[in-house]
Design a protein. Structure first.
Length: 524
């Protein structure tokens, strides 16, 4: 019965796929035939879902030939609603008794007669309906997962893509030959493919992990694939990028940051712009509305024509309070270290940064003041920069960490000892940079901690001190030692480089507003 049951289900299901056709239901003790008609049709005389004995008891599986004939005669107009083209009705079922009663035999005999009748009915309806087959359970499937906080490649493969631990570990081990599988970024997209093992001919085989791919850089994709032997092999795919010069400028109305972002200057280039001018420009007091900036840098373009990566800032001009400062990136042949020089060949690098934090505002100066917490006047031996909690704090110069830890009213505190007699101190940090401890060497501009409000503080800010021979002095009045000044052949090479840059600037149009894309202003 199992085989016939399956065959009859397929025929009934195929019948049900036709418009307005009714499904046939199978009962546990025999065939229970019925028809679910559209609500627009009213066939109260069609009561073949269950046959009842005179006493009302259910007699499933006891349909006679008259019942089958009624079923066929009612279903025929639905199967072929065109009365002109309707085929003649099938002959009465064979095997009926002269008096019209059901033939002798059990439910299987009636089942065979019912199947025959339905086959004859279905044969009148062209074109034939294809056999119903379930979707292949092992078809190739590719899904993309976005990396979220706390995710690892193993977690994504096993938890999201439903790979087994063994195959996930095997894929990750193969990837270690071409990249660091642990170096994932937030929102990075991981593409996972599952399906039958290559060469498999078993239609019922369960899907397995076949491939994993993701971008490790804008021009590099890593991919691991599974062979017919079940082993994983990893490789890389490079995307060719083209380089083009870009020039962005504008007028400052509120702040350099706001004006540069409005003009479309990429964030990494803007950060470098602020850093190289931090030696000589006090962005809080010197920058005024109407000041201007002009920046020249290379950018790399992807296959779709959009910029995907920026190069190092090559030239910048900043006009503040009526004076224009031009800076050029240049690598002396005797040093092999790129630096920024003014038009006279003097390095902008100083012993100390004037402002060891980006985008902050000066909230309290050096000198006597009424303490906001203690309520009386006392000496303020540093300057305060207001900034949001978590804003990076930079080492003002090269040096060695002399102290990193908790220090009374300073809260989380770091002191850096520089060459000579200078030291700098940073207080009220929310936390220290990873790996920072006494004795650690740091470079100018390196992140050493993050803005907070620890210790005796009324809100998030950086308290910054400059010490000479252990005594605090005003950080804003320190005359900082200049860096290198080019001379001789190095100065001649630099001047030739300046002429090349100036010539290139004349060929590149100045972009003063962010370009709009199809969905609004573009972002970089």
């Amino acid at each position: 019965m199992a085989r016939r049951d399956g065959r009859f289900r397929a025929k009934a299901a195929a019948h049900a796929r036709r418009p307005l056709k009714a499904p046939l239901l199978w009962g546990s003790s025999g065939l229970v035939a019925g028809m679910l008609l559209s609500s627009a049709l009213s066939l109260p005389h069609l009561d073949l879902v269950r046959a009842r004995a005179p006493g009302g008891e259910s007699t499933q599986g006891s349909y006679g030939p008259d019942d089958w004939s009624r079923l066929i005669r009612i279903a025929a107009p639905i199967a072929n609603p065109d009365p002109v083209a309707a085929a003649p009705m099938p002959e009465p079922l064979t095997g009926s008794e002269p008096d019209g009663t059901a033939p002798a035999g059990g439910p299987d005999d009636h089942l065979a007669a019912g199947e025959l009748a339905l086959e004859e009915l279905a044969a009148q309806d062209a074109p034939p309906i294809p056999e119903i087959t379930p979707d292949a359970p092992n078809a190739l499937t590719t899904a993309t997962y976005s990396v979220q906080s706390g995710d690892s490649l193993l977690k994504i493969l096993v938890g999201d893509a439903a790979a087994t631990l063994d195959e996930a570990h095997a894929a990750i081990d193969a990837l270690k030959g071409v990249c660091d599988p642990n170096a994932l970024r937030m929102d990075q997209e991981i593409e996972v493919t599952t399906g039958p093992l290559p060469g498999s001919t078993d239609p019922a085989a369960q899907p397995v992990l076949l491939a994993v791919a993701y971008m490790t850089d804008v021009d590099r994709t890593v991919r691991v694939t599974r062979g017919a032997d079940g082993a994983f092999t990893a490789g890389t795919e490079q995307v060719a990028l083209t380089s083009r010069p870009s020039r962005v400028g504008g007028t400052i109305e509120d702040s350099l940051f706001a004006a540069a972002r409005s003009a479309g200057l990429p964030a990494p280039v803007l950060a470098e712009l602020i850093r190289i001018y931090s030696y000589d420009v006090d962005f809080q007091r010197e920058v005024q509305p109407g000041d201007t900036f002009d920046v020249y840098y290379p950018e790399e373009i992807g296959p779709d024509g959009d910029p995907v990566r920026t190069g190092a800032l090559a030239y910048a001009a900043l006009t503040v309070s009526g004076r224009t400062i031009k800076l050029y990136r240049f690598t002396p042949s005797d040093d092999d270290t790129a630096d920024y020089f003014d038009a006279q060949g003097n390095s902008v690098r100083k012993a100390l940064l004037r402002t060891p934090i980006d985008g902050a505002r000066l909230t309290s100066g050096f000198g006597m003041r009424r303490h906001p917490i203690l309520g009386y006047s006392r000496m303020h031996k540093g300057v305060d920069f207001g900034a949001a909690t978590g804003t990076p704090i930079l080492a003002a110069g090269d040096g060695t960490i002399a102290f990193a830890g908790r220090r009374g009213a300073y809260g989380n505190y770091v002191q850096v000892r520089h060459t000579g007699e200078y030291a700098t101190a940073y207080a009220h940090m929310s936390r220290f940079a990873r790996g920072l401890k006494a004795g650690t060497r740091v470079r100018q501009g390196q992140v050493i901690g993050y803005v907070g409000s620890t210790g005796r503080s009324t809100g998030p800010h950086l308290h910054y001190e400059v010490l000479v021979k252990g005594a605090q002095i005003n950080p804003l009045s320190v005359r900082l030692q200049s860096g290198r000044s080019l001379s001789g052949r190095q100065l001649q090479a630099f001047r030739a480089h300046v002429r090349e840059v100036e010539a290139a600037l004349s060929r590149v149009p100045l972009q003063t507003a962010m370009a709009d894309g199809p969905d609004g202003p573009a972002t970089r």
